[in-house]
Design a binder for this molecule. Sequence first.
Ligand code: LLP
Length: 428
Amino acid sequence: RPHLSLHALDGLTVEEVPLARIAAAAGTPTWVYSAGALRRRARALQAALAGAGLRASVHYAVKANGNLAVLRVLAAEGFGADVVSEGELRLARAAGIPASAIVFSGVGKTERELRLALAEDIVQINIESAEEAAMLSAVAASLGRVARVGLRVNPDVDAQTHAKITTGRSENKFGVAFEDAPALYARLAELPGLRPVGIAMHIGSQITSGMAAYRAAYARMAEMAQALMARGLPVEHLDCGGGLGIPYRDEPAPSPEALAGAIAATLGPLGLPVMLEPGRWIAGPPGLLLSSVVLQKQGAGRRFLVLDAGMNDLVRPTMYDAWHGILPVAPADCTAALSPADVVGPVCETGDTFARGRALPSLQPGALVAFLDAGAYGAVMSSTYNARPLAAEVLVDGARFAVVRERQGFEAMLAGQQTPDWLAGGGA
Ligand code: LLP
């Protein structure tokens, strides 16, 4: 995490901005993203793909972090977008990502979303079923458009990641069965308003088990693409999905070079351009969640650090038993003696626990801590549970920083709530 450093006077610092300054300016809890780290990772991925001799386009998975400032940084690096909803499509366009670089994925796109995708003329819509093909065909034909369609195929490989984020097993809801894919692909070419342009696979997220699952999936993709082309069907490019894992703790995470190598070894011989949809690998490490200690409480044989961030802000530990590094921010706290603490939020749920028995110093109320690697699937998954407003988001770029999403106010949180006439007025 080269964007993070510890300074004797300023404490934990992102690029050139001490986190204490951000907390003073924006309050806590606050998400902090490093533009420099985003750019560095974007370039490292592109260099790895070019180094493996691949013609590749990167379509950043907006679901990982859809902040407009983050999207703008990545757009400037030449990234396209992988979107899964009307909202994400609009975000990508608002950040200046051209429609010609936007792919639409997802198992349940509505007719309204398909219409918008066609009106915007995005480069590819990945469909996941025969039912969806029929729906898209009808929508496209009614608009007099031709949809460029990718067929998402479920390769039935086990990505060996958390059960809640594996997608490429035959029992998962995603994609069409490998056996059914060739016939459906041929049908796509015959349906009005559709033009099949390629195959898509995404086998899961936070893949850290090496390249075996990727290789197995892409080998199946290569085999299928060849068979389709041999039948005279058009295959213009191959969508390799996302999933590249990052080391949250000390997992041996694969490098982008390893992924590029696996793609080159399996799909390279076809000579087709490939598309990638990374989310976490790009946006995870550049982000952190800055939080303050509300109080430190001594329980029966346990020390609890109660923070002002809760599971409504960062849900990954609750939802996936995920591990995030937690660092104190103040210089003195960084060198103080460590002892085990349970780090918890203020939400009224036992599940609102970020870490158990974590080695941390004794921290006074108001002390700052940072949750590391929280840039992906952090802010985007937060909620207002317990009527807690959404946290602020800050972008650091060198010595500069700016609030790129203000903390939600109570008025904004309650906006849209209405009292029906018959309840208004009070009393009996
Ligand atoms: N493409 C498709 C079709 C996807 O479904 C996903 C992620 C990606 C690309 C990007 O995957 P990535 O490179 O970020 O692994 N909320 C979970 C992760 C859910 C991932 C869903 N799909 C978490 O916090 O771990």
